[in-house]
Write a new protein. Structure first.
Length: 109
């Protein structure tokens, strides 16, 4: 939801101010999460705002978010390259069909 709001504001030529009490921890975590695509988002933000100091809990959450983000990014790029638009998982019906094929194969083999 936050990402969509920021994207919408920037696409409409607006600016976004993300702030907190001191703007050195929680708000920084939001900014870093937003620009996670950047190779080293933490360094990118720190070079522009030298006093950042997110607490260890936020740093841990950002590391978890990075793994999630990279997995989603990889899934999207794989679906674009393979031409699929849906989930890469089998549906329950496909799973049942696959199981039935294995049973039939075993009975015939």
């Amino acid at each position: 939801m936050t990402k969509e709001f920021i994207d919408g504001s920037l696409q409409n030529g607006g600016k976004v101010l993300i702030h907190g009490n001191a703007s050195i921890s929680r708000s920084v975590a939001f900014v870093i999460a937003y620009i996670m695509e950047t190779f080293d988002a933490f360094t990118y933000v720190q070079e522009r705002r030298f006093c950042i100091n997110p607490i260890a809990g936020f740093v841990h959450q950002l590391k978890e978010y990075k793994a999630i983000y990279l997995a989603l990014h990889l899934e999207r790029s794989l679906s674009v390259h393979s031409g699929t638009t849906g989930s890469l998982k089998r549906t329950h019906e496909e799973e049942d069909d696959f199981g039935n094929m294995q049973v039939a194969s075993a009975q015939n083999g």
